[in-house]
Ligand binder design. Structure first.
Ligand SMILES: Cc1cc2nc3c(=O)[nH]c(=O)nc-3n(C[C@H](O)[C@H](O)[C@H](O)COP(=O)(O)OP(=O)(O)OC[C@H]3O[C@@H](n4cnc5c(N)ncnc54)[C@H](O)[C@@H]3O)c2cc1C
Length: 384
């Protein structure tokens, strides 16, 4: 859908693609196989392409990119290394929260390090008993004479095992005697904090962990926004997060389709390339349609977000929901086109399938997003 991209955007996309192919692609397979995290210099190198702090205003140390431009860059990264995309996205999300809702003290202390790519950050909302119902946070923070004491666990936290700092959503007492969700910054070196890495199906170089807060003391100045305002902060950035997951899904779907086309032209059975058989062509046609539809929806949602059009939240949810399902379907079909080769690690297509699988779960499961979409149209809620 190049008609939305101008010459500057296309030049940026091309230079990022050249860099990723030359410098990053050669290390992906070994890192994923060994389950070693994305190297920090690779994360930091993404800064020059606008991928760290890209959406933040220049006044905050960002690049002031539109969602359309940023999404285009995210697709390029996801084409080559979804683990790098995941690591960057979560660090960026935390930077956006600090820039948008953090005090001047917090912004000065933490933001420059994240934006230089020196510091990896995490965003800790989900818990063992709290997933889709994210407003009911159970991790507690109590007031102390100098700040807050945090106790509880956070589960499935991207970057947890490698993070230097993070934001954590906690249940705190409110002035009226009730309790609400607040947002605090913690550092991984604080006494009482620990993280247990979790094994998972794909994206092996983007670490995931369970965080334990055992009497972790954070200073009062580490409160982000107001007491009780934490869930509004979490919700504010979910919209952008969903758009980003849509673009990331598009990247995986694109390369899975390209791999299927290459293989279908090369592989000969019954004396002919398998791509000449109608049933293989049907799979290619289905993949092409999913990729093109994902692209149209992702750019449509990003454009609506950039122009703050009414209903942009619904379009972001729709783009994420469609593109993440499509990425899984396209990588599955690509694996089928590859036959036995697709199931082996000799070809990257089995990784595309594994890497795509979580995209329908994070940033709101596709079931929850479907309900939000229908609720907006029907005026009827399935949840409350
Ligand atoms: C790879 C990965 C990375 C992640 N990174 C982070 C992170 O960095 N930070 C973070 O905070 N979280 C993170 N998460 C957690 C993610 O946000 C949650 O997994 C997600 O919100 C779903 O919560 P849950 O897993 O507890 O599933 P549940 O909420 O228990 O849902 C289980 C199933 O029930 C369905 N379901 C639930 N409620 C309803 C309903 N009312 N109607 C219909 N269906 C329903 C869901 O759609 C799902 O299919 C990550 C998850 C993964 C897999």
């Amino acid at each position: 859908m190049d008609f939305l991209l101008d010459a500057t955007q296309i030049a940026l996309k091309d230079s990022l693609r050249r860099y990723l192919e030359a410098e990053v692609a050669p290390i992906v397979h070994s890192h994923e196989s060994d389950k070693t995290p994305v190297p920090r210099p690779v994360v930091a190198a993404m800064r020059d392409f606008g991928l760290i702090g890209g959406l933040l205003p220049e006044a905050d140390g960002g690049f002031g990119l539109s969602m359309t431009t940023y999404g285009m860059l995210i697709t390029e990264v996801a084409r080559v290394w979804p683990s790098l995309r995941g690591t960057l996205s979560v660090s960026n999300l935390t930077a956006s929260v600090l820039a948008g809702s953090g005090s001047p003290v917090l912004r000065e202390k933490y933001l420059p390090r994240i934006l230089r790519g020196e510091t990896i950050a995490c965003f800790a909302l989900s818990e063992p008993n709290i997933g889709s119902d994210a407003a009911n946070v159970q991790t507690r923070a109590e007031r102390t004479s100098s700040g807050w004491r945090i106790n509880g666990r956070k589960l499935y936290i991207t970057n947890g095992p490698v993070c230097d700092l993070g934001i954590v959503f906690v249940n705190t007492p409110l002035a009226d005697g009730t309790r609400g969700v607040s947002c605090l910054v913690f550092e991984s070196g604080m006494p009482g904090f620990s993280c247990t890495p979790l094994g998972k199906m794909g994206m092996h170089s983007c670490s995931l962990g369970e965080l334990l807060f055992d009497d972790v003391e954070v200073p009062a100045e580490n409160l982000v926004g107001r007491i009780g305002g934490g869930f509004s902060i979490a919700k504010k950035y979910l919209n952008i997060g969903r758009s980003i997951v849509g673009f990331a899904s598009l990247g995986i779907a694109e390369v899975a389709l390209e791999a299927a086309i290459r293989f279908a032209k090369d592989r000969v059975q019954f004396g002919r390339p398998i791509g000449s058989f109608q049933l293989v062509q049907q799979m290619v046609a289905e993949m092409m349609t999913h990729v093109e539809t994902s692209r149209l929806l992702c750019y449509r949602a990003a454009d609506a977000l950039d122009r703050d059009l009414p209903g942009n939240q619904i379009l972001c949810a729709m783009a994420k929901r469609y593109a993440s399902d499509a990425a899984l379907r396209v990588s599955e079909l690509s694996l089928q086109v590859h036959g036995g080769a697709g199931y082996t690690t000799l070809f990257p297509v089995e990784r595309y399938y594994r890497d795509a699988r979580h995209l329908s779960i994070g940033e709101g499961t596709n079931q929850i997003l479907g309900m939000l979409m229908a609720q907006a149209e029907l005026g009827l809620s399935a949840l409350r």
